[in-house]
Write a protein that binds this ligand. Structure first.
Ligand SMILES: Cc1ncc(COP(=O)(O)O)c(C=O)c1O
Length: 389
């Protein structure tokens, strides 16, 4: 399959297309869905073949013996990320929102503060609040269109009730690939305030040339407080399999997590396991390389087109396929720029405030679509804001 192929997902129980009219007032008939973080592409053939094999066999019973699955994860992390992991340290959760919720459940108590660097992936705050913990928003600093951390400010903000920090690495939204120095500073901050550090690295495979993702586990000094989270689902566009990996090296934390998994009776579905085993392979790797090359051109087209509109600024994506566009330079109210995007351009994009403090003037656009769709989106935005030209 070519990434240029346009696949009609409407009427397939696809949240991105089939819920956008209800949520954004953008009709799927002539609108473009650019909100939910899944891609408009089919996964690689090796993943399709794994599903076909299940289908041909036709019996969908309980899965057993995860040796091959765990070896595939181990191989991927070693060859793609320079991370040597012990397969016995892997837990498979019902995706990484569930993985996050499980960490909150296992390692914090009601009323504890959980620190986020905002704006950040909105589901973190949702599960923290739903669990009766307090969201502690440490706002990233937007320095000339690039997010940075300000640890002096964050140190001053801590009250002592915080017990966990959730890091999004690479960062959604904003697309930062945190540098080694930044990760070391995050590690030092976690130690200083005695926080368990949950590093959500779900976007780690989608990194653009010139940037290198460093797994948090390769940063020294976190052995007794680190939880790593990864998944095949963003990388290979198989989010419907609801499967994620929580990797815990520390024996005490691992035992606590295992106890909660057991208490809740959680075990993974076989579709996710078969797909992940097939995806984490040389064929899968080749596909990801081609995908990143394709997305790299998409982001350049999107950024060039959006940044040509006076007052709009798309943050430079170092990673992910999620463009984070700042409308503050237009001087318009949020209602105005959102309405122009939804009602005039007919594009459904995520609203910035859902990502927390610092997101107020932003919309997030998913550019993991055939190039023609991205070009169409840029043209629509230019037309919707043409009076600014
Ligand atoms: C940082 C981050 N974590 C987790 C998820 C969702 O994970 P899952 O679908 O495995 O629950 C997303 C989806 O966009 C994400 O951006």
């Amino acid at each position: 399959m070519s990434f240029d192929t346009q696949i009609d997902r409407r009427g397939t129980h696809c949240v991105k297309w089939d819920k956008m009219e209800a949520l954004y007032g953008v009709s799927p008939k002539d609108g473009i869905a650019m909100w939910v973080a899944d891609m408009e592409f089919q996964p690689p053939q090796c993943v399709q073949d794994a599903i076909k094999k299940m289908l041909d066999h036709g019996v969908y019973g309980y899965y057993g013996d995860e040796t091959e699955y765990r070896a595939a994860i181990q191989w991927w992390m070693k060859t793609r990320h320079g991370w040597t992991l012990n397969p016995d340290h892997i837990f498979t959760t019902h995706g990484l929102v569930n993985g996050t919720a499980m960490c909150i459940d296992a390692f914090t108590s009601p009323g504890d503060g959980v620190v986020l660097f905002t704006p950040v992936y909105h589901a973190f705050a949702r599960v923290i609040s739903a669990a009766g913990r307090e969201v502690v928003e440490c706002e990233l600093v937007n320095t000339n269109g690039r997010y940075e951390m300000d640890f002096d400010a964050y140190d001053a903000q801590m009250t002592g009730s915080e017990t966990m920090l959730i890091l999004c690495s690479p960062h959604n939204p904003g697309g930062r690939v945190w540098t080694k120095g930044e990760l070391q500073a995050v590690a030092a901050f976690a130690k200083r305030h005695d926080l368990i550090l949950v590093s959500d690295e779900i976007h780690h495979d989608l990194v653009f040339p010139g940037h290198t993702h460093i797994p948090m586990t390769n940063i020294a000094g976190l052995e007794d407080r680190l939880v790593m989270m990864t998944a095949t689902t963003k990388t290979f566009n198989i989010a419907g399999s609801h499967s994620g990996n929580v990797v815990i090296a520390d024996p005490d934390l691992r035992a606590r997590f295992a106890a909660r998994m057991a208490a809740l009776g959680l075990s993974p579905n076989s579709f996710g396991l078969f797909m992940a085993t097939a995806a984490y392979s040389p064929e899968g790797a080749e596909w990801v390389d081609a995908l990143v090359t394709y997305l790299d051109t998409n982001r350049k087209i999107f950024d060039a087109g959006i940044n040509a509109i006076p007052g709009l600024a798309s943050m430079q994506m170092e990673s992910t396929y999620l463009a984070w566009v700042d409308f503050s330079g237009t001087g318009m109210s949020r209602e105005e720029f959102t309405s122009r995007t939804q009602d005039a351009a007919k594009i459904a994009a995520n609203h910035g405030p859902t990502f927390g403090k610092g997101g107020e003037d932003f919309l997030r656009f998913n550019i993991a679509a055939p190039r023609a769709v991205v070009e169409d989106a840029v043209a629509r935005m230019q037309a919707a804001f043409s009076d600014l030209q």
